[in-house]
Design a protein around this ligand. Structure first.
Ligand SMILES: [Zn+2]
Length: 111
């Protein structure tokens, strides 16, 4: 049966159903993981970022098996986040919770 996708547009579950396997790779480390989408299945893949747990640089989402390009599979089950990535995420969450004061209480203008 062909029809519109039952999954949210560009969500990880939609990608997984289309491409079967998703990978995240780190270019400097030449490592990759198979992406387990469990908790992020409904999330928009276009706005989700990844980072390397070893060097902290950007993790790239790819659909082609990186092993073919000489990348090594990282066998660790649940690697710890890189400290720089953790700091970035915490700072972003804090900024999201605390909107700038002028947005909450706009300055009075005019008479
Ligand atoms: Zn890395």
């Amino acid at each position: 049966m062909v029809g519109p996708s039952p999954y949210p547009y560009a969500s990880f579950i939609a990608l997984k159903r289309t491409y079967d396997e998703l990978f995240v790779l780190c270019v400097p480390c030449r490592r990759y993981i198979r992406l387990a989408i469990g908790p992020i299945r409904e999330r928009d893949s276009r706005t989700t970022t990844f980072s390397c747990s070893v060097c902290g640089s950007v993790g790239h989402l790819v659909i082609d098996d990186p092993a073919k390009d000489g990348y090594t599979l990282d066998p660790r089950d649940k690697p710890e986040r890189h400290p720089a990535a953790r700091t970035r995420i915490v700072a972003r969450a804090f900024a999201a919770r605390e909107p700038p004061r002028h947005l909450i209480d706009p300055p009075k203008r005019g008479p």
